[in-house]
Design a protein around this ligand. Structure first.
Ligand SMILES: Cc1cc2nc3c(=O)[nH]c(=O)nc-3n(C[C@H](O)[C@H](O)[C@H](O)COP(=O)(O)OP(=O)(O)OC[C@H]3O[C@@H](n4cnc5c(N)ncnc54)[C@H](O)[C@@H]3O)c2cc1C
Length: 455
């Protein structure tokens, strides 16, 4: 099979995992990446002994493919609880997903402040928990998650309304979702419930490689180095007589026996306009949040002792604050730390066109105005270094019904365009694990196809 050429378009987690899986099957693919470096939204950066994540930064407890790959590539996983302060009505309360009795007693005042213990709050809270427990088997980020089966036309906002969840409680439930930078309300309730379910059912436990998610994309890219060609944007996937036969890059057409298209869902139609009408419709439902992030290296800890981060309500322009080194001490030299400021929604759209210096000034200024007591946030010109990362397309939020619609796509393409497989976070439960398992699945499908032809 070595004379068969497989071209992979896009070198994010989906494309990298496809390349890695094909190499394990004895097939050397050609991965074409538009940017100067592979990794996509999972890229990391090393600066003066610090390890920074530019995009994704946490795994939840059901990231099966991600865990397996970290094991294979020798990256130890660090489990962590999310210890966040939550800003509400001018006061700080700590959110704690631990469901033990003592924890409940310890945080009784918090529960009262958050509205959990009002009659309406208790009714709604127990209804939400009953629903989450009933549907727990669906709420998995694992590659073969049946989450799509419960992805109907209801938005997350409508879902909360149907359960009569009071506004105060909605803020609490949506807190963890703000971490992912998008507006969860119009997004599909199945996906949003998976995030909430993950927090509630697994006590808010998250997992990360000790040097961050960027170390996984780096390890994958190193393992596939000979197969990757960077700075090579693909202009078009060539489809002739119902078959994908190659790709067009600037000045060249590269022939292929199979093509894996691993770009974000919004870019697929430009590359393959020949896709069936129902697939075009499904892709029309794919949308992404916008994100903007400032990372600052410090020689002191920016948040009060024991705090991993601070969350603000979604109508507040204060960024999510993360003390990355409280989760992952190995990401900074001894005694140093990393402050991460993240913002999404409309505010990120306003910031993206500004200069790095302006973005840092804006986000740091907003953070300083509402920093938790005991914080030591830097001044505008303090810090060892800073980086600004802009994401026009950050998290795939998915309109209601998007996951279910995407689950039908492979069947629609089969028999219409041979030798073409779509991969990417939007084709699974959209997150790092979905991207990885989609790439793995695409590679296995292509390897089997080539093997069946060779046979
Ligand atoms: C700020 C931020 C925070 C996030 N936090 C989390 C998190 O904590 N946990 C989590 O699970 N997920 C998180 N995510 C989402 C996660 O990063 C993505 O779901 C995942 O990385 C998507 O991988 P992908 O391969 O599908 O797409 P991408 O990473 O977008 O990869 C697509 C690749 O295709 C390339 N490309 C595009 N067009 C072309 C072309 N024409 N020719 C060649 N190459 C092309 C792109 O340059 C890119 O490298 C976050 C994302 C962001 C941005």
């Amino acid at each position: 099979m070595s004379d068969k050429r497989v071209v992979i378009v896009g070198g994010g987690f989906a494309g990298l995992c496809a390349a890695y899986t094909l190499l394990k099957r004895g097939i050397t693919p050609l991965l074409l990446e538009a940017e100067e470096r592979a990794g996509g939204r999972g890229k990391g950066e090393r600066v003066d002994g610090f390890s920074l994540d530019m995009g994704a930064f946490v795994f939840t407890s059901t990231y099966d493919t991600a865990f397996r790959l970290c094991g294979e590539l020798g990256l130890p996983l660090v489990p962590s609880m999310m210890k966040f302060g939550h800003y509400r009505k001018g006061r700080w309360v700590t959110t704690t997903p631990d469901q033990s009795f003592w924890n409940f007693v310890r945080h009784l005042r918090t529960a009262i402040t958050m509205g959990f213990l009002s009659p309406a709050g208790m009714r709604a809270g127990s209804k939400v928990m009953r629903e989450i427990h009933r549907q727990a088997p669906y709420m998995s980020f694992a590659g073969d998650s049946p989450l799509a089966e419960i992805d109907d036309d209801e938005s997350f906002g409508e879902y909360l309304e149907r359960l009569r969840v009071p506004e105060t409680l909605q803020v609490t439930l949506r807190g963890p979702l703000d971490m992912i930078l998008g507006d969860p309300m119009p997004a599909g309730q199945a996906l949003m419930r998976a995030y909430i379910g993950e927090t509630m059912l697994h006590s808010g436990r998250v997992y990360m490689p000790e040097r961050g998610i960027g170390s996984l994309s780096e390890a994958l890219a190193n393992a596939c180095a000979d197969a990757i060609r960077v700075s090579t944007p693909v202009r078009r996937i060539v489809v002739a007589d119902g078959k994908a036969t190659g790709v067009v890059v600037d000045g060249e057409t590269i022939e292929a026996d199979a093509v894996i298209c691993a770009v974000p869902g919004t870019k697929v139609l430009d590359l393959v306009p020949e896709l069936p009408e129902e697939t075009r419709r499904a892709l029309g439902a794919v949308s992404y949040s916008t994100g903007c992030r400032v990372v600052i290296g410090l020689d002191h800890s920016p948040l009060p002792p024991g705090w991993h981060g601070a969350l603000y309500p979604e109508d507040d322009d204060t960024p999510l604050l993360l003390n990355r080194t409280a989760f992952l001490p190995a990401c900074a030299p001894p005694g140093k730390s990393i402050l991460d400021l993240l913002i999404g929604r409309e505010r990120a759209k306003e910031l993206i066109p500004l200069s790095d210096e302006e973005v840092k000034r804006e986000l740091l200024g907003a953070a300083r105005r509402k920093a938790p007591p005991g914080s030591a946030l830097p001044g505008d010109d303090e810090g060892l270094f800073y980086r600004v990362y802009r994401w026009e397309e950050a998290l795939c939020m998915g309109e209601p019904g998007m996951l279910a619609a995407m689950a039908d796509v492979p069947g629609q393409i089969a028999g219409r365009i041979e030798n073409l497989v779509l991969a990417g976070d939007y084709t699974r439960v959209p997150a790092v694990n979905g991207a990885l398992s989609s790439g793995e699945g695409a590679a296995i499908a292509v390897a089997d196809l080539l093997a069946s032809r060779a046979g």
